[in-house]
Design a protein around this ligand. Structure first.
Ligand code: NI
Length: 155
């Protein structure tokens, strides 16, 4: 994926996420789908926001440190510890927009060579700034598909 395409897709994602939530009540946004242990739309929004925030930190480490080992996190633990279900959906969407825009801005202002800076992800192995940026686009895309399924279940 070309870097301008990655950045454009990261900037587009909040609009798509917002569209997936549009017209639903806060109750519906908090309602988990039938499947046991599956996230509500609000939890997915909060997860995407925190993922974007974390990715910004990772990119910074990759750029500033020499082949760093990145820190992984437990996304399900975060959902509980950070009480995603207790958040205000509108504020969560605003936060998602801010962090994805921040990540896009950060990536846009890196020199070309910084995109090839490398590191190690504890679970997925060798990574670069570029691979993490592509991963973040794919991550948002996958969760958007999930959101449309959840929306169909709770709307
Ligand atoms: Ni995820």
């Amino acid at each position: 994926m070309h870097r301008t395409e990655i950045i454009t897709l990261l900037r587009q994602a909040p609009d798509d996420v917002e569209a997936a939530c549009r017209g639903l009540s806060n109750d519906q946004l908090r309602r988990p789908p039938q499947a046991e242990g599956e996230w509500s739309l609000l939890e997915i929004v909060c997860h995407l926001r925190d993922s974007a925030a974390e990715e910004g930190l990772r990119v910074r480490r990759l750029v500033e440190d020499d082949n760093p080992t990145l820190v992984s996190y437990d996304q399900d633990a975060w959902a509980v510890e950070r009480n995603y279900q207790g958040e205000d959906p509108q504020k969560a969407l605003t936060g998602l927009r801010a962090f994805l825009a921040g990540l896009a801005y950060q990536l846009e202002h890196l020199p070309d060579e910084a995109w090839e800076r490398s590191g190690v992800h504890p679970e997925s192995g060798p990574v670069t700034v570029r691979s993490r940026a592509e991963m973040e686009v794919e991550h948002a895309r996958a969760h958007l598909a999930q959101m449309l399924d959840v929306r169909a279940a709770v709307a």
